[in-house]
Design a protein around this ligand. Structure first.
Ligand code: GEK
Length: 241
């Protein structure tokens, strides 16, 4: 059973955010109340994965948390001999993810791996999903991680990338932040929760602007990149090799 996110409801000496047991316990509630369109994003990533999956290939879910995208992709795979590799570097997440996946039947095998995205190998991939994970990779490593993904993708394979983005200048950024904070208020988070979470996450999650993402993907060699979702400072895109 998972519960309601009240991690920052009481005043505290705020530490850097980590994906520990307490977070795992409330994660579905936390992400749903914090990310506008989360359910739509997860289900559409599944549809996109279904459209781009190639027979005899791997699909990766990097930063899988409790396996929402893995499950969504798995529901949509209709090709032969595919394998999903779900990776997260939080042991409480991967443990809970394995339990969660056991609750659903499918012929598509899934390996849940406790590992660091900076270190894992990507091979023979038709789909690589990163649903709000690249933002937790240190900025100086992001290029190398995306290069590795590009190299591990088959021709015609796709990266499905969702990120929280920074506005292109301070005025635009503040506008998006205000809208997002309103969304959180509307979902029951107090001013104290919003402000303490902001402090906890600021050293851990460093966002890039959309133009930075698009330029980097193009420089790496992706032939087509299409943003298919944006609400406030949350977006999702497909990049085709
Ligand atoms: C979902 N995709 O529900 N290596 C592996 N995992 C990492 C790393 C790393 N270096 N850094 C962070 N993570 C999910 C949601 S959450 C997004 C993804 C959020 C993992 C981290 O442990 C966490 O589980 C996940 O990336 C980010 O569709 O909470 O905003």
């Amino acid at each position: 059973m998972t519960g309601k996110d009240s991690i920052y409801a009481t005043e505290q000496a705020v530490k850097d955010f980590t994906f520990d047991e307490n977070v795992v316990e409330v994660f579905p509630d936390m992400i749903q109340r914090s990310v506008p369109g989360y359910a739509t994003i997860v289900s559409t990533m599944g549809k996109l994965a279904g459209a781009y999956t190639q027979s005899n290939s791997n699909l990766y879910d990097l930063g899988c948390s409790l396996g929402a995208v893995t499950l969504s992709m798995r529901r949509n795979i209709d090709k032969e001999n595919c394998h999903i590799i779900a990776v997260d570097n939080s042991a409480p997440m991967t443990e809970r993810c394995k339990l969660h996946l056991k609750g659903f039947k499918s012929d598509v095998p899934v390996s849940v791996i406790l590992g660091d995205i900076n270190e894992i190998e990507i091979n023979n991939a038709s789909v690589v999903a990163m649903n709000f994970t690249l933002q937790f990779i240190p900025p100086e490593n992001r290029n190398a991680v995306l290069e590795k993904i590009y190299q591990g993708l088959k021709p015609g394979g796709v990266l499905l990338l969702s990120e929280k983005i920074r506005g292109e200048n301070d005025i635009k950024d503040n506008l998006l932040i205000d809208l997002h904070h309103d969304f959180k208020r509307h979902n029951g988070y107090s001013e104290l929760e919003i402000s303490q979470k902001r402090t906890a996450i600021e050293n851990v999650m460093r966002t890039d602007s959309l133009s930075t993402h698009l330029t980097r993907l193009e420089d790496i060699g992706f032939s087509q990149t299409q943003v298919w979702y944006q609400c406030f400072n949350f977006c999702s895109l497909v990049a085709i090799k």
